[in-house]
Write a protein that binds this ligand. Structure first.
Ligand code: PMP
Length: 424
């Protein structure tokens, strides 16, 4: 006969087994969509950024040290103490009227002068504007076009909505219009239902490349003729530090372009405030979808940004950011010029956070990551910036968050890793 203890234990283990079985049955409840949601290939690499022995050229974090923190603190304090009844309350699903009007001023700096606050939806970062766009336009199996390479966060969103993502060829002047036309024809021939072209025209993440002025209207015209919307993502546009400013695709094209902006790079990403400027005839659906996601964007954060825009020289702050990133970009380019072995090419961005490095074909930069870490430097392999993580002989270096001396050290550490890979 079993002792009481043994009986209890076997009872417990049966219970534990039953519990485990019932939990594993939960997996059958996942939506089809959930299987398309993947961990960003970049996340593991970001965690390495915390290791002080490594130089991380991986994360494209803004450098916040130059922000007027005490002033922002006073503003936040005043808003809570004196205006807490509205600052801590639910607000409009579209965002506050005051901030939407100010966003029109921000966009005017880059040449969008006809925006109306009624056509703006404030979102939880521009990331969530991308999500809303997919919610509104994409059925599973629909096609979205993007630049090759493109932003990993957008790819993850498109794939989570089960869209087929089609990268379009780019060169040193950005998306190639003839490649766009050809690919649209091929895709249409194959029965694709193409919804939009997602583009990062200024200082692309990851490539740092800017779409040439003379290509911009042509690209909008190609898409308009094909009934394909343009989703213009421009979080870095104001961080130009050389060359002539170029107007966004949205300027002069109010009906075909959904424009997405963000305070993440010109103020602070932790506030999670971005926006979409949506053509009037598409606005209602877009706005209702955004409201269904979050009820309303964070009221306190919107009010804080309004205070900041009114009470601080925000243009001066952007100038400071620009000077800082420009110096870091220069430091990285100088170090690359000095240390990179033959056969390695890299972009020379006029703004933004990133440099895109190309190795000879056949080298998969994912396989170099561990060797880079051994050498004390972290980067993001190019595969992260193509749909389905297609192997890539390119890699992204970010200079935004690292002081110049460390940038130089990081590039010094990277050079022999690449040299060995080329020699093998
Ligand atoms: N678009 C691009 C091209 C980005 O690089 C990023 C962030 N790195 C985002 C959108 C998301 O920005 P936000 O913080 O506004 O959600």
């Amino acid at each position: 006969m079993k002792s009481q203890l043994e009986a209890d234990m076997s009872g417990e283990s049966e219970l534990a087994l039953a519990r485990a079985e019932s939990l594993s049955r939960h997996e059958t409840l996942f939506s089809e969509r959930a299987s398309h949601i993947k961990q960003s290939a970049v996340r593991d690499v970001f965690e390495l950024s915390l290791d002080p022995t490594l130089v991380s050229l991986a994360g494209g974090n803004p450098y916040l040290q130059s922000l007027p923190l005490a002033k922002l603190g006073e503003m936040a304090n005043r808003l809570i103490v004196e205006e807490g009844m509205s600052a801590l309350q639910y607000g409009s699903g579209q965002g506050t009227e005051e901030l939407r009007a100010q966003i029109c001023e921000v966009m005017a700096e880059e040449g969008i002068t006809d925006a109306h606050p009624d056509n703006i939806v404030i979102t939880t970062g521009s990331q969530s504007a991308q999500d809303v766009a997919c919610k509104v336009f994409c059925n599973p199996g629909d096609t979205v076009l993007c630049e090759d390479p493109t932003y990993v966060g957008a790819l993850n969103t498109f794939e989570a909505y089960q869209a087929k993502v089609e990268p379009i060829a780019t060169d040193e002047h950005g998306l190639i219009p003839s490649a766009l036309t050809e690919r649209i024809a091929e895709l249409r021939q194959a029965g694709a239902n193409i919804k939009f072209l997602y583009t990062i025209p200024n200082f692309n993440n990851p490539s740092g490349i800017t779409l040439a002025a003379e290509r911009r209207q042509e690209i909008v015209d190609i898409c308009a003729a094909e009934n394909i919307l343009v989703l213009e993502d421009n979080p870095y546009g104001m961080l130009r530090y050389s060359g002539e400013p170029i107007k966004p695709l949205r300027a002069g094209n109010p009906n075909h372009v959904i424009y997405m902006g963000s305070f993440s790079k010109i103020l602070a990403p932790g506030l999670r405030i971005g926006w979409a400027l949506v053509p009037e005839h598409l606005f209602r659906r877009f706005y209702l979808a955004a409201e269904a996601v979050s009820l309303c964007p964070a009221t306190l954060n919107q009010m804080l940004i309004s205070e900041y825009l009114k009470g601080h020289d925000w243009r001066g702050q952007i100038d400071e950011y620009r000077a800082l990133y420009s110096a870091r970009c220069e430091a990285m380019l100088e170090a690359l010029d000095e240390h990179m072995p033959e056969g390695v090419q890299y972009t020379r961005p006029e703004g933004g956070f990133f440099i895109w490095v190309t190795l000879p074909e056949g080298i998969d930069t994912y396989s170099l990551l561990a060797k880079g870490i051994e050498a004390g430097v972290v980067f993001i392999p190019g595969a992260a910036f193509s749909p389905h993580d297609a192997p890539s002989h390119r890699l992204r270096l970010a200079f935004s968050a690292v002081p110049e001396e460390k940038i130089r050290e990081g590039v010094r550490r990277l050079a022999p890793v690449l040299e060995r890979a080329i020699a093998e």
